[in-house]
Design a binder for this molecule. Sequence first.
Ligand code: NAP
Length: 285
Amino acid sequence: MQIIDGKKVSAQVKEEVKNQTLELIEKHGITPGLAVVIVGNDSASRVYVNNKKKACEAVGFKSEEYALPEQTTQEELLSLVKTLNEKADINGILVQLPLPKHLDDKAVIEAINPEKDVDAFHAVNVGKIMLGEYDFLPCTPAGVMEMLHSYDISVSGKNCVVIGRSNIVGKPMAMLLLHENGTVTICHSRTKNLAEVCSHADILVAAVGKPKFVTADMVKEGAVVIDVGMDRDENGKLCGDVDFENVKDKCSFITPVPGGVGPMTIATLMKNTLKAAKLQNNIFD
Ligand code: NAP
């Protein structure tokens, strides 16, 4: 069994982004800029936003944070997005989800200029991903693919099972595995015989949001297990969707939580922002 080290792979990705950013600044005088918008006081969102800001600093981007109060109206938020769409030194706009309940996530995402939608959540970018002709890939699924590549894990012809069908993880994850010629099954809360379906997976991706949901009986001997979950166990400790201790010895490869998919998500965000800066300045390399 080999543990897939997301910290190590993400550090490599960020190093590459940093080098390319230096080159962009030196050759073209362009510093990529990311605006992160956070509304309200959700503590998990606060941690994610801080991590994104730190990553921007580490790779040499300019980052701007817009922390809006809980009672911000839809109109105010849309007005900020419009301003950021027009700001030339901002290449990527990220609105941290979830938003407070009175705000409409979908309308806010659709208001972001697709060229600045570095999360790849806008319908235009989602459509491009379906067609396989994308500029940006959604950060978490793309981060998973990067880890698979980094460990020379081939997807072609493999039985891939994704548990979860959210728009931000499950569905695009399935699509990226399909693009690499995996035979993909998507499972969800209405799936019958889930354990049986999972037990045929060569590559099993868990994106459920339930601590230690994937147990050893659901995992085939020698499978690659990717744990997207960011959950809390009974003691409030961060854990994944996979019962790591009991599953790990059955796997050929497994991602830990923390230190697996999480760091890759941020690294991909940096890659997307760099790409956005290049595309918006007609730099194609
Ligand atoms: P989500 O929107 O809540 O989706 C969860 C999915 O799991 C749904 O499709 C749901 O099915 C399915 N599900 C729930 N209970 C199930 C069951 N008993 N059997 C089979 N399927 C079941 O969550 P998400 O946003 O995709 O996130 C999933 C997890 O990934 C969370 O722990 C989240 O914190 C984590 N996450 C991590 C990162 C990262 O950077 N590492 C990024 C994003 C998310 P239905 O559709 O039928 O309801």
